[in-house]
Design a protein around this ligand. Structure first.
Ligand code: FAD
Length: 477
């Protein structure tokens, strides 16, 4: 008996079945549910924290598919062709990605497979507004967030389709997930992450429901205070991997507003954050060099420092500035960092230490569970002052004032910098200014138990302003 030829669905950053344009339809042929671990350097490899997340997300997706998720490693085109040969499939589907390397790869694969007689379809499972659909009056892409978002809000948003098609899944030999060694082993720095994160569609749904029920009210005000650790949704990894549909989240917020669960301000503020995600993807699509080159060309002339030892102190959370160190340690311990603190640590790296933003972007890429090509690069460029609609270069965060404003009790610092637990609130963000008897009483010898500041912020600020002035001058002459 001949088997009916299946349809291949190639999963990438859309690891869910609900509100998924392909899976909400019923297909009359079995589906080969395929995930490819790419090994040919055509795309940027996943960072270590993302690999941990991916492992667990694939595990749950496989359970949802009744053990029928097919895992294959290799160059994507070779794997697809191999699977086509093994199954006789004549149709291949995937969800679109917007970073330059993925676009280039997908174009090549689509052209090759079409030439070989395959039907190839791509879908939008990721964004509210695909980058080419939002244009200025002149037909160009947007470079500033506010007009971009105003324009977006005039467009219709497709409501979620929560039907799940009646589909069967094709059995085919699969590689073994644990053989891919996506999770760390020696040392297992992620050993506690399972208590904190639940990768996969069900976990994303639970997190979203919990956020809306318990924390959306007050979001606009609370979102800037990192010690309130559930004040933001922490849905970023689920959104990156497509375990949650952004349309579903959007309409859940609309419903919460209608039910009076939150204020207009809370809903609008949260939706605007989803808007920043859309804007970052819009930028990356239209300005592909965003990933590693400054958008503001003046920054090509910037004289960055080369200082691996300073970078190491920053990445280890040993700068001597408590809010910076708390952020970097939160990142290391949990794979996530609060948005306000991301801005503070990024500003410290780029402006106080004068190290290139690309080094920070790479560290985040490796250590964040939500590492995302668009959001990461656009945000780093925003903080550095060289991106679209960026925070101006001369706006240099003072890590002490930022700490005092957004972590007034010092609870966030105490949670991640245990050396400072006993330090009174007054000195928690500036231990080097504490009187010797206070330090002694708190059990701290600076330089032994906790570092003295690695650089004077006042000196660093002046140095940064002068470096920008030189870079701008170099471009003008
Ligand atoms: P919430 O406040 O609950 O926001 C909801 C969702 O909106 C987020 O899950 C995220 O998808 C999106 N969002 C929120 N803020 C932003 C933003 N500024 N830009 C783009 N999207 C946003 N976000 C990533 O998803 N991946 C990254 O690699 C990343 N790198 C960053 C690097 C730096 C230097 C900075 C300053 C920010 C970065 N962000 C990144 C943006 C932001 O910090 C995170 O999206 C947010 O902290 C995630 O937490 P949350 O899900 O609780 O956010």
């Amino acid at each position: 008996m001949t088997q009916i030829s299946p349809i291949i669905f190639w999963f990438r950053q859309d690891l869910r079945l609900q509100d998924h344009p392909f899976f909400c339809q019923s297909h009359d042929r079995p589906i080969v549910a395929l995930f490819i671990l790419e090994t040919d350097n055509q795309t940027r490899g996943h960072g270590s924290a993302s690999r941990w997340w991916l492992h667990h997300s694939l595990q749950t997706l496989d359970q949802t598919l009744g053990g029928r998720l097919i895992l294959r490693a290799g160059p994507a085109l070779d794997v697809l062709q191999q699977v086509i040969e093994e199954t006789g499939a004549q149709e291949v589907h995937w969800s679109r990605l917007y970073d330059p390397r993925s676009i280039e790869r997908d174009k090549k694969i689509m052209a090759t497979l079409k030439k070989q007689g395959q039907t190839v379809c791509s879908h939008n499972s990721t964004l509210l507004f695909e980058p080419w659909t939002i244009k200025t009056l002149k037909g160009e892409h947007f470079k500033v967030f506010t007009p971009f978002w105003k324009n977006c809000l005039k467009q219709p948003i497709t409501p979620p389709n929560n039907a799940i098609g009646k589909n069967s899944f094709y059995a085919l030999s699969s590689e073994i997930l644990t053989h891919w060694k996506l999770t760390p082993n020696k040392p297992n720095w992620a050993k506690d992450w399972g208590d904190r994160w639940q990768p996969g569609e069900a976990g994303a749904k639970k997190r979203c429901e919990n956020f809306i029920q318990n924390h959306l009210k007050g979001y606009a005000e609370n979102r800037d205070f990192p010690a309130l650790n559930a004040a933001t949704s922490q849905l970023s990894a689920a959104l990156h991997w497509g375990e949650a549909s952004v349309q579903t989240i959007w309409f859940d917020i609309v419903e919460a507003l209608e039910k009076g669960i939150c204020s207009h301000l809370d809903a609008e503020r949260f939706q605007a954050e989803l808007g920043w995600r859309e804007f970052s993807h819009h930028l990356l699509y239209h300005v592909p060099h965003l990933v590693d080159q400054p958008m503001d060309t003046r920054f090509h002339a910037m004289q960055w420092e080369k200082n691996p030892s300073d970078f190491k102190q920053w990445s280890r959370g040993m700068t001597g500035y408590p809010i910076v160190d708390a952020g970097m340690r939160q990142l290391w311990q949990t794979g996530w960092m609060h948005n306000r603190v991301r801005m503070i640590v990024a500003s410290f790296l780029v402006k106080d230490l004068l190290l290139p933003w690309q080094e920070g972007e790479q560290w985040f890429w490796d250590t964040l569970v939500d590492a995302d090509a668009a959001n990461n690069a656009a945000s780093w460029q925003w903080v550095a002052g060289c991106g679209a609609d960026a925070s101006p270069w001369f706006r240099i965060f003072n890590p002490v004032l930022q700490g005092e404003k957004f972590d007034p009790e010092g609870d966030y610092v105490r949670a991640f910098v245990p050396e400072l637990t006993k330090l009174p609130q007054k000195w928690i963000h500036k231990p080097w200014l504490a009187p010797p008897e206070v330090l002694q009483h708190s059990g701290i010898v600076l330089g032994r138990d906790y570092p003295a500041p690695m650089i004077s912020h006042d000196f660093a600020r002046k140095r940064a302003l002068s470096a920008l002035s030189d870079a701008t001058h170099a471009t003008e002459t």
